[in-house]
Write a protein that binds this ligand. Structure first.
Ligand SMILES: [Zn+2]
Length: 457
């Protein structure tokens, strides 16, 4: 709709106020469930304009409540700030359906984009109002267009913060294949750069391309072709790989371990340049060495960290780094790592929590199914994290991982000036986690998307 300027002024100057009444509201700052709070929302700006404690006697005597469209009564639900998934890939679908290489190489650009629109809708329906989307995995900067299509109101979906391509050093985060001489083509997964000047240029390119967050690979299975795995049907195994016959802890993969990809100076330069642009930095890191170096460089978050050593956990704590343990994706990898591997990763999360490391919930969603994002909260609680802490990680912790005030909008808690993102659940998460999947109400930026469990277009 294109209105002449004077009409536009009239539209924006009108008051558009909705009041939401809650009886149980999760406060992600205090990690408490507060009673009888009402929230006033400006539906034009999508912001909360007032939060107040209500005298519940008075509301019962308000006859207009049932018919008044400016009032939403959520007193029968538990209400939380909209969920934030701090580690997603909107363009991926579950690896249990299609392995990553086939998605990246064989699915068309159009199919991947169309699938992403479905993923965004499924996420919003599940109460996820924000995605920190950490890489298109082969679609270059397409995440910028997806983010903007949502921001322009063209398709429904979570508020997205995107990285475009992650940055990686030469010969590191890429699809590995043995038939290079035959001219096989695999999709590019990262923007390659090296050296202090090179990584600064890499960060500048990402910022220029529209990235909200800089992601870099601090370590990866970069020596994969030294002892290659069985990558295709009929491929013969390497007969005597390292680690054969040894008792190997899950995830250590001696034939194909994660190895650090940069010098300390390069990691420092990535963070320094990103911070100049006021962009947060997410570092993929599996092993202790890379976690320690990235933490010292001042990254915002460490992703995965499955082999975090006590020193690595200490480095995260000392440098105020957020840990995003991505437990959900391990269920997809269960065939390789087994229950033992999942239990091993859960112990790292508990150890980090006990050491006072800040947590954010991100499922590596995409590799695991969109719409099932809440699995990460369930698994964190299963790992021994108190439910209120896990819910903080899925709300306020997510905002912090998006860069806090650097990201340009406040969300993840309920206060004046924050985005009006709300989720209403049947039941109480303190009584049982099954209620986290009973999403009856979703509001994002002051607009209702799910009401009485029904999707509203
Ligand atoms: Zn990921």
């Amino acid at each position: 709709m294109h209105l002449p300027p004077e009409d536009q002024q009239e539209v924006t100057s009108r008051t558009h106020k909705t009041t939401i009444h809650t009886s149980v509201l999760f406060n992600s700052q205090t990690k408490t469930f507060d009673s009888n709070i009402s929230i006033e929302v400006d539906t034009v700006t999508g912001l909360i304009i007032r939060v107040y404690q209500r005298d519940d006697e008075r509301i019962h005597s308000t006859p207009a409540l049932a018919g008044d469209k400016s009032i939403i009564d959520l007193r029968h639900l538990t209400v939380l700030p909209g969920f934030v998934d701090a580690h997603t890939h909107a363009f991926l679908h579950s690896y249990l359906e299609t392995p990553s290489l086939n998605q990246e190489r064989d699915e068309s650009f159009v199919e991947r984009v169309v699938r992403a629109t479905n993923h965004c809708r499924a996420a919003l329906k599940a109460g996820y109002t924000t995605y920190r989307d950490l890489g298109t995995e082969g679609l270059s900067d397409a995440d910028v267009g997806l983010r903007d299509a949502i921001n322009r109101g063209i398709i429904p979906g979570p508020r997205m913060f995107v990285v475009t391509d992650p940055i990686a050093s030469t010969g590191s985060y890429a699809v590995r294949y043995e038939s290079r001489l035959n001219g096989a083509v695999a999709p590019q997964l990262s923007d390659t750069c090296d050296g202090v000047d090179g990584v600064m240029a890499g960060v500048r390119k990402r910022i220029g391309a529209g990235a909200d967050v800089i992601k870099f690979y601090a370590d990866y299975r970069r020596r994969q072709l030294r002892f290659p795995g069985q990558a295709w049907p009929g491929c013969l195994p390497i007969l005597h790989p390292p680690g054969q016959g040894e008792k190997i802890p899950p995830w250590s993969m001696p034939a194909n371990p994660a190895r650090t990809m940069w010098s300390q100076a390069e990691m420092n330069a990535i963070v320094e340049e990103a911070h100049r642009a006021r962009a947060p930095v997410a570092a993929h890191a599996i092993e202790g060495e890379a976690i320690i170096m990235a933490s010292r460089a001042g990254v915002t978050s460490i992703e995965h960290g499955y082999l975090a050593t006590p020193d690595a956990i200490k480095a995260m704590k000392e440098n105020n780094v957020i840990y995003v343990p991505t437990l959900s994706v391990l269920e997809v990898e269960k065939g390789t790592i087994g229950d033992e591997g999942i239990a091993f990763a859960k112990k790292k999360v508990k150890a980090a929590y006990d050491a006072g490391v800040r947590l954010a919930c991100g499922g590596d969603t995409g590799a695991s199914p969109h719409g099932q994002n809440i699995r990460e909260v369930e698994m964190m609680v299963d790992a021994g994290i108190p439910v209120q802490e896990a819910l903080r990680g899925a709300t306020l912790g997510g905002w912090e991982a998006c860069g806090g005030d650097w990201c340009g909008r406040r969300f993840g808690w309920i206060a004046e000036g924050c985005a009006a993102d709300l989720v209403g659940l049947v039941g109480d998460p303190r009584q049982g986690l099954e209620c986290l999947r009973k999403v009856k109400f979703v509001m994002k930026d002051g607009r209702v998307w799910v009401r009485d469990g029904e999707w509203i277009e």
